[in-house]
Design a protein around this ligand. Structure first.
Ligand code: ATP
Ligand code: MG
Length: 566
């Protein structure tokens, strides 16, 4: 493809709005353009990358036995009402009415639509197992769309749904998808890790997320150093401390702590360690106000709190509610004398003696407070985030933390959707049974962004060959007859051999061409200059390492074949 006839509007300057490499480089290389918050147009180069990822996904899904379908983006509300998600899903679901005042939504995920299809057309155990997938535009009205393709509102997803006769069959379908995902992300050139995950709004019994490891990732994962345990921090279990403190309880005292609010300030002032303080954090659930107690050096895990309370939504109580409930400004809440608020606590709180807690009074804290003696806790549970150094719940070593980008997610759904929507099949005895389901997503557009986060340098992108927009960037450095003729010949030879060549045929300075080529990040650059040609050579350069090989034009094909594996 010639650049002079292709829309590749590269930018010299970094766009101000881009905070992370993938967003910045996709905009600078003219691969995407923003239309509205979280909504983008893919330009030719960006689209080529997406199509490559889609092709890998398609091949591996087909290899696993799944079959491709294409469902509509617009979904009627009735189906979403059948599962209760029309009300439960919240504001991420973009709803609208058609001209007949009928409710619709733009599909953020397609369990309802696929289950409707299967309940109508699959009647016998002989038709199962079945796994249908699609590669399609999804819409989620994300509260904070950001980082370009990483968290869009409109994005491309591969979603698959499996239907089995029983739990054992569903496990096999799940494992097939897990294996297919591992092959897909490996083929895309990504360093990733599969971790145990929370099942969130989709529901179901168990799930794994595929995380691309990158410092800019929005997710925190914990893993056992040298072991096999790995989980999203939302999900990672923590063990209660092995021992209860043997200190003798001392009498409770209230002490002034003027101007101190944060754990650091209070503990520095009182000269105790943060692990000797118990934080009291007030949350507003969809039902009531709840106080969650955790050790000062621990963080509340809201996913675990939501699960324990059985609520879909949980927010920090706003300052007015905190003051109404405690009589003190934010920062001084404590469990002693806290009335009409449910108090739950992390396991670690139970093992402490003589702790510091808020006094529900500004500028004062209690010291030497003891649980059961001074305050009552309704329930102890695992309510905190795992931290580096905690023991792995599987006993395979201390935990470490890393950042990750969630590119894929596999769920075992059980019969949640088949039951809600009555998706039954007849077993060999003619008995009606519920199909056992799984669902499996890959963020195709997010994969492109994740690949850039892992593969870039100061000058631009470093695409892995299988998903690069082009394999070779052909850079003739002048418009002379000899250079143009060699460029033409090499373009044809390489293209015929199956290499994808982007030919910079613009009348631009060498520096401009090199900058654009480095930015766009094709794995190889083929440089043709007057001087080299006079000595009978051209240069083939590996973008990632900068390694340059000079060779006769006639040797380029063999070298490109070797490097590209053609
Ligand atoms: P997240 O936790 O990042 O919001 P999710 O868990 O809600 O994602 P799933 O429902 O598991 O997402 O969707 C399947 C896949 O779709 C995800 O693994 C991710 O790769 C991709 N995805 C989800 N939301 C977005 C988004 N807003 N923009 C781009 N890709 C997304
Ligand atoms: Mg997910």
């Amino acid at each position: 493809m010639r650049t002079s006839h292709t829309l590749i509007p590269t930018l010299r300057e970094d766009p101000g709005e881009a905070e992370i490499a993938s967003h910045r480089l996709l905009l600078r290389a003219g691969m995407i353009r923003k239309v509205a918050a979280g909504i983008y147009t893919y330009l030719p180069l960006g689209l080529r990358v997406l199509r490559k990822i889609e092709a890998i996904v398609r091949e591996e899904m087909n290899r696993s036995g799944a079959q491709e379908v294409l469902m509509p983006i617009a979904a009627p509300a009735e189906l979403w009402r059948e599962t209760g998600r029309w009300d439960f899903y919240g504001k991420e679901l973009l709803r609208f009415k058609d001209r007949h005042e009928r409710d619709f939504c733009l599909g953020p995920t397609h369990e309802e639509l696929i289950t409707d299809l299967i309940r109508r057309d699959v009647r016998s155990y002989r038709q199962l197992p079945l796994n249908c997938y699609q590669i399609q535009t999804k819409f989620r009205d994300e509260i904070r769309p950001r980082f370009g393709l990483m968290r869009g509102r409109e994005f491309i997803m591969k979603d698959a749904y499996s239907f089995d006769r029983d739990e054992a069959g569903a496990k096999i379908s799940y494992q097939k998808m897990y294996d297919a995902y591992s092959r897909i992300f490996t083929r895309c050139g990504l360093t990733f890790r599969a971790v145990e995950a929370d099942t969130g709004l989709i529901g179901g019994t168990s799930s794994h997320e595929f995380m691309v490891l990158a410092d800019t990732g929005e997710e925190t994962i914990v893993y056992a150093e040298g072991g096999t345990y790995a989980a999203n921090v939302e999900r990672a279990e923590t063990l209660p401390p092995a021992e209860t403190s043997s200190d003798a309880p001392r009498p409770l005292r209230k002490v002034p702590t003027p101007g101190t609010r944060s754990v650091e300030e209070v503990t520095a002032f009182l000269k105790v360690s943060p692990a000797q303080l118990v934080k009291t954090i007030l949350y507003q659930s969809s039902k009531d106000l709840v106080a969650v107690l955790v050790r000062g050096d621990h963080e509340v895990n809201e996913v675990k709190v939501k699960k324990l309370l059985g609520v879909a939504a949980l927010e920090l109580a706003d300052p007015a509610r905190v003051t109404a409930a405690t009589g003190a400004p934010v920062g001084f809440a404590g469990p002693i004398g806290l009335r009409q608020v449910r108090i739950i606590a992390d396991h670690a709180v139970k093992t402490l003696r003589n702790v510091v807690v808020g006094s529900n009074e500004a500028n004062a804290h209690y010291v030497d407070a003891n649980c059961d003696r001074d305050f009552a806790v309704e329930q102890f549970a695992d309510l905190r985030n795992a931290q580096a150094g905690d023991p792995s719940p599987k006993g395979d070593g201390p935990l470490r933390l890393a950042r990750g980008i969630e590119v894929g997610h596999v769920f075992m759904l059980g019969t949640k959707y088949s039951k809600a929507m009555n998706a039954m099949f007849l077993d060999p005895e003619g008995k009606e049974c519920l199909a056992v389901m799984g669902c499996y997503g890959i963020g195709v557009s997010r994969v492109a962004a994740a690949a850039i986060e892992q593969h870039h340098d100061a000058k631009g992108m470093l695409w892995p060959i299988p998903i690069a927009p082009f394999h070779v960037h052909l850079l003739p450095l002048s418009q002379s007859a000899a250079v143009s003729a060699t460029a033409q010949t090499l373009y044809e030879t390489l293209s015929q051999a199956g290499a994808e060549v982007l030919w910079d045929d613009r009348d631009e300075r060498a520096g401009v061409k090199f900058n654009d080529a480095d930015l766009i990040g094709a794995p190889y650059q083929l440089v043709i200059g007057e001087k080299g040609l006079a000595q009978g050579t051209v240069e083939l350069k590996e973008r990632k390492t900068g390694t340059v090989k000079k060779m006769a034009p006639g040797d380029v094909l063999a070298q490109a074949r070797e490097w590209l594996g053609l």
